[in-house]
Design a protein around this ligand. Structure first.
Ligand SMILES: [Fe+2]
Ligand SMILES: [Fe+2]
Length: 148
């Protein structure tokens, strides 16, 4: 669905411009809005990586991406508490797995912005669509049921 881009000198890493796919819609407005924003920031970083943007631009975009993810995770968790979602703990644990992975990658590759960005993008590419179509969709079904 996206466009694959080659990053010189980094083997085994896929950097891709991710286009929004309607199959990712959950029909919960705040989730869809924030997921779309996540895809936009993701693609912004992917373009910057392939254009070999400066370290400061890359670190800024990485920061924007992780900050957005953390805020989005907090918003979802808050709605889970409000709606009494029984899957809260398991869902939050899945968010933690992503944040832990980004922290580990930062520890490993933090001194090289291109390398770090490419690896974060590669990991997030599968994590995002997988998470949205499974865990987030399950929660969305719960919210919608509790609204009626
Ligand atoms: Fe989400
Ligand atoms: Fe989530």
């Amino acid at each position: 669905m996206g466009m694959r881009l080659q990053v010189d000198g980094i083997k085994g890493v896929v950097v891709e411009i991710l286009e929004w796919d309607p199959r990712l819609d959950t029909s919960v407005p705040f989730m869809d809005t924030e997921h779309r924003q996540m895809y936009e920031i993701y693609s912004e970083l992917a373009r910057a990586v392939t254009a070999r943007a400066s370290q400061s631009v890359l670190y800024q975009l990485l920061f924007k991406l992780t900050t957005h993810a953390e805020q989005h995770f907090r918003n979802e968790a808050q709605q889970m508490v409000i709606s009494g979602y029984p899957g809260h703990d398991a869902h939050v644990a899945r968010h933690q797995v992503l944040l832990k992975e980004v922290a580990d990658l930062t520890f490993q590759y933090g001194d090289n912005a291109i390398d770090l960005s490419a690896r974060v993008l590669d990991y997030l590419r599968c994590w995002l669509s997988d998470h949205i179509t499974t865990a987030d969709r399950e929660f969305a079904t719960w919210i919608k049921a509790s609204e009626v």
